[in-house]
Design a protein around this ligand. Sequence first.
Ligand code: 5RP
Length: 227
Amino acid sequence: MTTPDTDSERLKQAAAAAALELIPRDCVIGVGTGSTTNYFIDLLGDIRNHIEGAVASSEATAERLKKNGIDLMDLNTTGDLPVYVDGADETNTRLQLIKGGGGALTREKIIAAASHEFICLVDESKCVDTLGEFPLPIEVLPMARSYVARELVKMGGDPELREAFKTDNDNYILDIYSLDITEPLELETRINQLPGVVSVGLFAHRPADRLVVARANGTIDVMKATA
Ligand code: 5RP
């Protein structure tokens, strides 16, 4: 178990501990990627005998689940999952998210889509009125990276290729700065339609169902989307 050494890390761990209380027992759960989710995985290890196993959204998560004695399952054989637990880079009040800071957005999106409930864990610094201060990650096929970057410039964005990084699917990530994300549903659809885009880290069509927010004053809020 990692010991949190900053206030922000303590909040991530607090959100993870609260999420542990929300997950059903004796079933397979989906598990996301990132530092917040890592705290959740380590806590999950303590109750490993009460879950059947987990579907991992990245190689890093698979490795950590294994270290914690949790059986790995293949989404192709589990069918839909009751719950998916993951962090996010930003969330608005509709629980639409920016994800992909860790580069695992495609597998995360697949598992979120195949899950009945998506529980998202954040510290309060990730809660925003309008998405987009965090650069929007887009996974692209290698031959499409320049084309997709040019199209994103036409949409008003400022793309940067993530340096020295390949995804678990052997693709590149473009991080898009300065995008107007006031209409997340439309923007997600538009970016998805660009040839060469594998997936975009905008989770608007499949937002979170519940948001666990750890606040600096020590409280934990479990929230549903507001209209
Ligand atoms: C990885 C993700 C993460 O959930 C997101 O980047 C948040 O990470 P962290 O919990 O480390 O702040 O989408 O692809």
